[in-house]
Design a protein around this ligand. Structure first.
Ligand SMILES: NC(=O)c1ccc[n+]([C@@H]2O[C@H](COP(=O)([O-])OP(=O)(O)OC[C@H]3O[C@@H](n4cnc5c(N)ncnc54)[C@H](O)[C@@H]3O)[C@@H](O)[C@H]2O)c1
Length: 254
């Protein structure tokens, strides 16, 4: 079996019926994992399951609002019942804050964004860890953003929530290493999805963007799915507590 194979692994990917989540489910599934896809809408789940099956991917789907405790528990229980265990969690679901200056953001804005983007990611982690331990280890990947490092003007609380995921990755990694669970993070730059269409459909904005990019094009969802799959594979067996930026060279760090 190759080092990148995920044969026999069970992978939960949240918000995985579209965009980066769906591409991640596909990347994990193409490497042999049984993927569990979810989103808040049953029709979208059905569509994603059907699509992944056309690629011969083993897939199970359910609805899950990651902000609801009972939905998180249902997702885990369904995975255990149908797949017999959990090896991989990719926490991809996120909401954006209302657009505006950070000093105009409200308590509701902060509660919504931090609760969904950070707290739910942690609470899901807490639910999967005992099951990963039963399998002798596992992998957790958080989907952050380039905005964690380089704020997007007008989306202050969202950017802060994405920076918090870098911290969550670092705090969890040493604690979970003793259980043979690696915890990593991916920080995408501008990726072509429905939610980023306001940016890539605007030629003037894209021209400005390209000035900051080394690779002079928008990223594709597969280019994030592949990074996540790498992090979950044996090829990344010595990587934990790390964030991989996949941003076409924008916002490069030392
Ligand atoms: N597209 C980009 O350019 C880009 C760049 C950097 C980071 N990201 C991050 O990548 C991830 C995926 O982004 P995307 O562009 O594919 O789509 P997106 O930004 O729309 O992703 C958010 C997904 O989470 C889902 N979601 C929101 N609230 C939810 C809830 N309560 N329960 C379950 N799901 C919920 C949404 O329906 C959506 O599918 C997000 O975490 C986003 O912040 C995206």
């Amino acid at each position: 079996m190759s080092q990148s194979s995920l044969n026999g692994k069970v992978a939960i990917v949240t918000a995985s019926t579209d965009g980066i989540g769906l591409a991640t489910a596909q990347a994990l599934g193409m490497r042999g994992a049984h993927v569990v896809v979810s989103s808040r809408c049953q029709a979208n789940v059905d569509k994603a399951v059907a699509l992944l099956r056309t690629h011969n991917i083993q897939v199970t789907g359910t609805t899950c609002n990651v902000g609801k405790g009972e939905d998180r528990e249902k997702l885990i229980q369904m995975t255990l019942d149908q797949c017999g265990g959990i090896d991989i969690l990719v926490s991809n679901a996120a909401v954006k804050s209302s657009f505006g200056n950070i000093l105009d953001s409200t308590e509701d804005d902060w509660d919504k964004v931090l609760s969904l983007n950070v707290k739910s990611a942690f609470l899901l982690t807490k639910l999967v860890v005992p099951h990963m331990e039963k399998r002798g280890g596992g992998n957790i990947v958080f989907v952050s953003s380039l905005a964690a490092y380089q704020p997007i003007q007008g989306l202050g609380p969202y950017c802060v929530s994405k920076t918090a995921l870098l911290g969550l990755t670092r705090v969890l990694a040493p604690e979970l290493a003793q259980s043979n669970i690696r915890v990593n993070c991916v920080a995408p730059g501008l990726i072509k999805t429905r939610s980023s269409s306001a940016l890539w459909e605007n030629e003037a904005i894209m021209d400005e963007f390209k000035k900051q990019l080394s690779i002079k094009r928008i990223g594709q969802v597969e280019e994030i799915g592949g990074v996540v799959a790498f992090l979950c594979s044996e090829e990344a067996s010595y990587i934990t507590g790390e964030t991989i930026m996949a941003s076409g060279g924008m916002g490069c760090r030392l």
